[in-house]
Design a protein around this ligand. Structure first.
Ligand code: SDX
Length: 393
C-alpha cells in the first residue's frame, strides 16, 4: 500500500540552470561556444584558444593568447611524488579508473588552490587542471603499456605535447606528425563543452557543496565513463568491430529496433540532438583526413561505419526516432588510426572536457544566488507504519 505523496505546488526542479557558455539547438543541430559555431572554431581556432574563450567569454587578442598559453604550458608538469599513484594500480587497470583516482588525488598536492571562495585560487586550480590533464592522461596510457613516462616539453603546443608524451620512447627520436597534431587539437575542440550533460551536471552538483575543484573534476570523470555518455566512443568502436563486415549490419539494425533487446547502436542518438550532431560532421572529415594520412582509407571498420550511417539515415525507424550519428560514432575509428587503444578513448574525452567542466564550475561559483544543489523526488514508497517484532513477521 505504497502511498504517493502529492508534491508541494511550490516545487520547482533544481535540475535546470542558467548559463552563458554553450548553446545547443538539438532540432537544428546547432552548437555554439560563447556564440561561435563549433565548425568555425574547429576550422579556424586552436584548443588553447577555445579554452580561453570558454573560460573568459571572449576570443583572446594576440597578447592575451600568448600569455594564457604560456601559463598553461608552464603548469604541465606533475609533482615528482605524484607518479607513485600510477604505480599503485594493477597494470591492466582501465585508464579511466586511473584518471578518476589520480585526478581526485591532486587535491592532496595543491592545497594552495583548493579554497573555492578565493577567485585567485580558483584561477590557479583551473589552469593546473587544464595543463596537467594531458600529462596525467599520457601517464595513464604509458603505465598501461609498460613504457617509461615521458615528461612534457615547453617548446610544443598543447596537442603536440600530448601526442609526444603518449607515443615517444627513449630509444628513438620522435617527431610529432602535424596532421595528427591538428586532428588531435580539433578533437579536443569538439569535446570541450556541451552544456548540461551528465558529467557537467555532476561537476556542478559536486561543486555546489563547496568541494574542492580537483574532487569535482574527478566526479565528472567518473560520470563521463558510462557507455551511454563518454564511454560511447569506446563502445561504438567495439560495436563496429563486433559487426565486422557490411553484410552483418542488417542483423544489428534489427537488434537495435527490437524493443525487447537492450542493444542500442553505439554512436547513434542523443538526448538533445534530434538532427545530425554538428560535431559528428567535423569528426567525419577529420576521420577521413587521419585515415588518408596513415594509408588506411580501406579500413574495414570505416566501410562498416559508412554503410551503417547510410542505412540508419535512410531507415524509417531511425528517421522517425530522429536517431543520427553523434560525435562518438566517428571518433573511435579516428583515435584508433592515431594509435590509441580503445581503453584510452574516454580518457581523451575527459582531457578535452575538463575545460568545459571548469568553465561551468566557475560560472556556478560566481553566481551570487548559488545554493547547494538539492534535487527533490516523487516519493512512491511505503506510507508510515509501525515496527513489527521478528516473531510476528
Ligand atoms: C554523449 O548529453 C550530452 O551532451 C552528451 C554528449 C556530450 O558531449 O557530453 O553529447 C556526449 O554522451 C553522446 C551520446 C553517446 N551515447 C551513445 O552513443 C550511446 C548510444 N545512444 C543511446 O544510448 C541513446 O541515444 C542516448 C543515451 C544517447 C539517448 O537515449 P534516450 O534519451 O533514450 O534517447 P531518445 O529519448 O532520443 O530515444 C528515443 C528513442 C527511444 O525509443 P522509444 O523509447 O521512443 O521506443 O530511440 C531509441 C530509444 O530507445 N534509441 C535508440 C538509440 N538511441 C535511442 N535505439 C537504438 N539505438 C540507439 N542508439
Amino acid at each position: 500500500n505504497a502511498g504517493v505523496f502529492t508534491l508541494d505546488p511550490g516545487f520547482t526542479s533544481t535540475a535546470s540552470c542558467e548559463s552563458h557558455i554553450t548553446y545547443i539547438d538539438g532540432d537544428e543541430g546547432v552548437l555554439l561556444y560563447r556564440g561561435y559555431p563549433i565548425d568555425q572554431l574547429a576550422e579556424n581556432s586552436s584548443f588553447i584558444e577555445v579554452c580561453y574563450l570558454l573560460l573568459h567569454g571572449e576570443l583572446p587578442d594576440a597578447a592575451q593568447l600568448e600569455s594564457f598559453e604560456k601559463t598553461i604550458t608552464h603548469h604541465t608538469m606533475l609533482h615528482d611524488q605524484f607518479d607513485q599513484f600510477f604505480r599503485g594500480f594493477r597494470r591492466d587497470a582501465h585508464p579511466m579508473a586511473v584518471m578518476v583516482g589520480t585526478v581526485g588525488a591532486l587535491s592532496a598536492f595543491y592545497h594552495d588552490s583548493t579554497d573555492i571562495n578565493d577567485p585567485k585560487a580558483r584561477t590557479i586550480a583551473s589552469h593546473r587542471m587544464i595543463a596537467k590533464m594531458p600529462t596525467i592522461a599520457a601517464r595513464a596510457y604509458k603505465y598501461s603499456v609498460g613504457q617509461p613516462f615521458v615528461s612534457p616539453r615547453n617548446d610544443l603546443d598543447f596537442a603536440a605535447n600530448f601526442l609526444r608524451m603518449c607515443f615517444a620512447v627513449p630509444a628513438e627520436d620522435y617527431e610529432v606528425n602535424p596532421v595528427m597534431a591538428r586532428a588531435m587539437d580539433r578533437i579536443f575542440i569538439l569535446h570541450a563543452d556541451h552544456e548540461q550533460n551528465a558529467s557537467t551536471s555532476t561537476v556542478r552538483l559536486a561543486g555546489s557543496s563547496g568541494a574542492n575543484p580537483f574532487a569535482c573534476i574527478a566526479s565528472g570523470i567518473a560520470s563521463l565513463w558510462g557507455p551511454a555518455h563518454g564511454g560511447a566512443n569506446e563502445a561504438a568502436l567495439n560495436m563496429l568491430e563486433e559487426i565486422g563486415s557490411v553484410d552483418r549490419i542488417p542483423e544489428y539494425i534489427a537488434k537495435a529496433k527490437d524493443k525487447n533487446d537492450p542493444f542500442r547502436l553505439m554512436g547513434f542518438g542523443h538526448r538533445v540532438y534530434k538532427n545530425y550532431d554538428p560535431r559528428a560532421k567535423v569528426m567525419r572529415t577529420t576521420c577521413h583526413e587521419v585515415l588518408k594520412e596513415v594509408g588506411e582509407t580501406d579500413d574495414p571498420l570505416l566501410a562498416v561505419a559508412l554503410e551503417l550511417e547510410k542505412i540508419a539515415l535512410e531507415d524509417p525507424y531511425f528517421v522517425e526516432k530522429k536517431l543520427y550519428p553523434n560525435i562518438d560514432f566517428y571518433s573511435g575509428i579516428t583515435l584508433r588510426a592515431m594509435g590509441f587503444p580503445t581503453s584510452m578513448f574516454t580518457v581523451l574525452f575527459a582531457l578535452a572536457r575538463t575545460v568545459g567542466w571548469i568553465a561551468q564550475w566557475t560560472e556556478m561559483l560566481e553566481d551570487p544566488t548559488q545554493k547547494i544543489g538539492r534535487p527533490r523526488q516523487l516519493f512512491a514508497g511505503a506510507t508510515e507504519r509501525d515496527y513489527v517484532a521478528i516473531d510476528k513477521r
